[in-house]
Write a protein that binds this ligand. Structure first.
Ligand code: FES
Length: 151
């Protein structure tokens, strides 16, 4: 007995839904939290070596606002927050939120998580507002010749 048109269509839709489940349909980022949360602000992350920074640099020091931070991508593909709390002094943090893993982004003089509203101190990475209770994980950086490099 051959399948009817309706069975074929239903079967195709079921297969598509199954493929969707297997591929985590709709997810565009690999570091999104497992549950809930808003989309990550991937825009604005720069990769080391562009924007005037030297080869191998995370960013040019001049591109990091004093009292603020930028989101860059390390040579190994990690999203890293590079902050300059005081002119000429840089600190780096993993951008992975210590609450549920969303990408924390620069927000003026603070670092903010778009998923549940945690806010972190740009100078220390300590949480200023929850729900996160743990500081951002440090990422060692150094300044050399006007560039910010991975230490
Ligand atoms: S993942 Fe929940 S506040 Fe960042």
């Amino acid at each position: 007995m051959s399948p009817t048109r309706r069975h074929v269509l239903t079967g195709a839709a079921g297969a598509a839904a199954g493929a969707c489940l297997l591929a985590a349909c709709g997810a565009s980022g690999g570091d999104r939290p497992a549950e809930g949360g808003a989309p990550e602000p991937d825009e604005g992350a720069t990769t080391g070596g562009d924007d005037g920074a030297g080869s191998g640099a995370l960013t040019a020091l001049a591109d990091v606002p004093v009292g603020g931070a930028v989101l860059v991508t390390s040579s190994s593909g990690l999203k890293v927050l590079v902050a300059q709390p005081v002119e000429g002094e840089v600190v780096g943090y993993s951008s992975v939120c210590t609450h549920q893993g969303c990408t924390v982004a620069p927000a003026g003089s603070e670092l903010a998580c778009p998923c549940h509203g945690s806010v972190f101190d740009v100078a220390t990475g300590e949480p200023l507002e929850g729900p996160a209770t743990e500081p951002l994980v440090p990422f060692e950086v150094r300044v050399e010749g006007g560039d910010v490099l991975e230490a």
